[in-house]
Design a protein around this ligand. Structure first.
Ligand SMILES: [Zn+2]
Length: 334
């Protein structure tokens, strides 16, 4: 399917069916971040409404272009607003009113819920009604990194598409086919997630930012409490809550991978690192800090990422992290 890297295990069957319009009413797109869930959701929506009937959509007809730009009247993306802690029931009701109507321009109405785990109790209950009795023209695509957060009643009504990590060679080939430089290196650094490889290949600024944020963790690991608290105060000081959350989330996303790698390496079982380019820092951290402390820090980061979505007190959260992050002088020089 156009632009989708990997996942041939289910795409080989799904793509031709989508071209014929022979699809289920609801799919669950499950898997880690940056693995291609949202891309596939858009390509499915395009396939179902493309004027040329090509797998993945032709990408050039009016329908494909409108879907790509997010302005097609029959394709709706439901996502949490930045200032909210979840997807509201009003968003679901509004979507349902729309979905009940016949398609305006295309053949199918497609609703993409991203991230479906951000539906609260009421939102999930309301969505369940649509899943139980979907209009004939409706296709719902529920995207989430944490399908376990969905009610069993919802999960049992969607056809699961479980995204798996993509082999580096396949990512590298896809990058080369797009004419991107450094395909092998970026594919290796992405550790199975095409979205990361593309982001890395597309821009030096993204690479530099990633390097900077990664180094920040190692610097903190080598810092004493005074410096760590100053760091927490600085980061919590941003008065725009949205910017503050984004800055914290950007760090947690990278650090979660780094700490996970170190924790597994400390147990001597790191076969597939998420950050292969940081192998030497990972080894030094693993050799100088007990595995249980690294695991504790990795779990704390995951908890902080969840709490962040619920507008937790940023300063308190960061100070707790400053206290619990293991200390090691071994990686300080990085
Ligand atoms: Zn098209």
């Amino acid at each position: 399917m156009r632009d989708v890297i990997g996942q041939r295990r289910f795409l080989d069957k799904l793509a031709p069916r989508a071209v014929r319009g022979d699809v289920a009413h609801a799919y669950g797109l499950f898997g880690p971040r940056s693995i291609g869930k949202r891309t596939l959701a858009l390509r499915l929506a395009q396939t179902l409404n493309c004027e040329s009937g090509v797998a993945g959509g032709c990408g050039t007809c009016l329908s494909c272009r409108k879907i790509e730009r997010g302005v097609h009247p029959d394709v709706r993306i439901v996502a949490r607003a930045a200032e909210r802690k979840d997807i509201t029931i009003e968003q679901i009701r509004e979507m349902q009113q729309d979905l009940a109507l016949r398609p305006l321009e295309g053949r199918r109405r497609v609703v993409i819920v991203d991230d479906a785990a951000e539906l609260n109790q009421f939102g999930q209950d309301a969505l369940l009604k649509t899943l139980e009795e979907p209009p004939a023209h409706a296709v719902l695509l529920l995207i989430t990194t944490t399908p376990s957060a969905l009610h069993e009643t919802i999960r049992s009504r969607v056809q699961p598409l479980d995204f798996r990590l993509v082999p580096a060679a396949e990512i590298a080939a896809a990058l080369s086919a797009r004419g991107l430089q450094g395909a092998d290196a970026h594919a290796a650094a992405a550790a199975g997630r095409p979205g990361i490889a593309i982001a890395l290949a597309n821009g030096a600024p993204i690479r530099a930012e990633r390097d900077r944020v990664e180094s920040e963790l190692y610097r903190l690991v080598g810092s004493g409490l005074t410096d760590r608290f100053a760091w927490a105060a600085d980061l919590a000081d941003e008065s725009d809550p949205r910017k503050r959350s984004e800055a914290i989330e950007a760090r947690l996303e990278h650090w979660s991978d780094l700490l996970r790698d170190a924790a597994i390496a400390a147990r001597g079982e790191l076969a597939r690192p998420l950050r292969p380019l940081r192998a030497s820092e990972t080894q030094r951290l693993a050799a100088s800090v007990p595995a249980s402390d690294l695991l504790g820090a990795a779990l704390l980061v995951e908890r902080m990422r969840r709490d962040l979505a619920f507008n937790a007190n940023a300063r308190m959260m960061l100070e707790l992290f400053a206290l619990q992050l293991p200390y090691s002088a071994a990686v300080k020089a990085v």
